[in-house]
Design a binder for this molecule. Structure first.
Ligand SMILES: CC(=O)SCCNC(=O)CCNC(=O)[C@H](O)C(C)(C)COP(=O)(O)OP(=O)(O)OC[C@H]1O[C@@H](n2cnc3c(N)ncnc32)[C@H](O)[C@@H]1OP(=O)(O)O
Length: 176
């Protein structure tokens, strides 16, 4: 057989992440953390969060070329995190496939609203996310969320101590 066509080389399968994917997740993150596009996550955090992650595995060679995570914050609320596609494959539809899977997962677990913090406003808007200002929870839920040790929840709440991490990002919300 000859070389794979360009289309075949970009065909991926979206599957749940496994612990063995952590080095590949790190490689994907490393492409974007230095420019402060994505927040860094230590390997231990990736292992702890592995059950939240989905990956895009390239069919032609089994390489992980995309990832994304869904973090549930409250009964009706989750956040899309760490959505990343290998630099060489950007614009091939992989990001949309991973995000679609995260939103399907959100529906399945019973969440009705999905938050994200991103520079990629147009990309998320294609899936119905809209920019928001205030943190979209009632005061009693806000007070409960303050009890979380999770940095992402602190960013969602807009706490001063994490604001340097989030400068320039847009806060977006999708109603499923
Ligand atoms: C909450 C968070 O995690 S925020 C962080 C988001 N991540 C980042 O900013 C990290 C850096 N960026 C990335 O990793 C990626 O660019 C992402 C995740 C933002 C988007 O993933 P990509 O795979 O590049 O996006 P994808 O290709 O699916 O769509 C982008 C555009 O590519 C083009 N495209 C989509 N499919 C194809 C295709 N088959 N062939 C050619 N072009 C295509 C389209 O123009 C598409 O635009 P559309 O929105 O009008 O459909």
């Amino acid at each position: 057989m000859g070389d794979l066509s360009t289309t075949d080389a970009k065909t991926v399968t979206i599957r749940r992440a496994r612990t063995g994917d952590v080095p590949a997740l790190r490689r994907l993150l490393d492409q974007y953390v230095q420019q402060r596009i994505l927040l860094d996550k230590a390997p231990v955090v990736l292992y702890e969060d592995i059950q939240e992650f989905w990956v895009a595995e390239r069919d032609s060679d089994g390489q992980v070329v995309g990832c994304g995570a869904l973090h549930v914050m409250w009964e009706d609320l989750a956040e899309v995190r760490t959505l990343a596609v290998d630099r060489d494959l950007k614009g091939s539809g992989v990001g949309h496939q991973v995000l679609a899977k995260l939103l399907e997962t959100a529906r399945r677990v019973g969440v009705s609203r999905v938050f994200c913090l991103t520079f990629e406003v147009d990309f998320f808007a294609k899936h119905g996310f809209v920019e928001i200002g205030e943190t979209p929870v009632e005061t009693d839920v806000y007070m409960e969320l303050l009890r979380s040790y999770d940095e992402g929840v602190a960013e969602f709440l807009g706490l001063e101590r994490v604001k340097p991490n989030t400068l320039g990002n847009s806060r977006m919300l999708l109603h499923l």
